[in-house]
Write a protein that binds this ligand. Structure first.
Ligand SMILES: C[S@@+](CC[C@H](N)C(=O)[O-])C[C@H]1O[C@@H](n2cnc3c(N)ncnc32)[C@H](O)[C@@H]1O
Length: 218
């Protein structure tokens, strides 16, 4: 894995085998903030407690931003995240995110958190990291979720993760009134979301991307 800088100065990682960036090269931090905090968490700002499920823990950037959001807004965030191929923790420590948001201590605690355990990392933020493949891991023990951060690699490298069987799993995880947020705006993906029951809305994307997608569970 190679760490590189993106246009807003925040780091991202390039996957060894797939050659894919973990975030937008136009700005990793800006992308996560827009797609998952603004169009994810903030859409549930009327609630005092929000349950999140993230597809692809990766660098831990979305978890760090969610923790920061929870503390700033005094909202309880219960954060579940799955990852099949965890980054090396020493490499993760080299990422510059805690220089830009949150604290080094919190970022390290997120990466050091034991897998498969619910851990309270701050007054308002609780984390559970699950190690496994999204498509084959039993997620039925997770309580109903308010927002899914769908952050898989793009359909051209991992097509099966954008198809109905996996999307149906996300639909089942969600509360009625909950939603899925993702950077992807491909037509076939939006048709797949509709096919499993989501109400689909395209909204403006982060810098460098005209549109992103939200899928609401009625
Ligand atoms: C676009 S990156 C996610 C970036 C991450 N949310 C972050 O903020 O760094 C996609 C992530 O999904 C993980 N992944 C790929 N295939 C997976 C699968 N089938 N099940 C679970 N995780 C998977 C990758 O290892 C990678 O960490």
């Amino acid at each position: 894995m190679k760490i590189v800088s993106t246009k807003d100065g925040s780091h991202t990682v390039i996957h060894d085998v797939l050659g894919e960036h973990y975030h937008s090269i136009h700005g990793a931090m800006q992308e996560s903030q827009h797609v998952f905090i603004k169009e994810g968490l903030e859409r549930h700002k009327d609630k005092s407690k929000v349950k999140v499920f993230e597809m692809g823990f990766g660098t831990g950037l979305n978890a760090l931003l969610s923790c920061e959001y929870a503390e700033k807004n005094h909202v309880k965030v219960e954060y579940y995240t799955i990852e099949a191929y965890p980054l090396d923790v020493e490499q993760a420590r080299q990422l510059n995110y805690p220089k830009l948001v949150g604290s080094k201590e919190m970022f390290n605690n997120i990466h050091d958190a034991v897998w498969e355990e619910c851990i309270k990392l701050s007054a308002n933020f609780q984390l559970m990291k699950i190690k496994g493949l999204l498509e084959s891991t039993d997620l039925s023990f997770i309580p109903k979720i308010d927002v899914v951060f769908y952050d898989a690699f793009a359909p051209n490298s991992q097509a099966h993760l954008w198809e109905p069987p996996v999307l149906e799993k996300m639909y089942t995880l969600l509360n009625s009134g909950g939603h899925l947020a993702t950077y992807c705006a491909k037509g076939q993906f939006k048709r797949n979301l509709k096919a499993v029951g989501f109400e689909v809305e395209g909204v403006p994307g982060p810098p460098g991307k005209r549109e992103m997608t939200l899928g609401f569970k009625p």
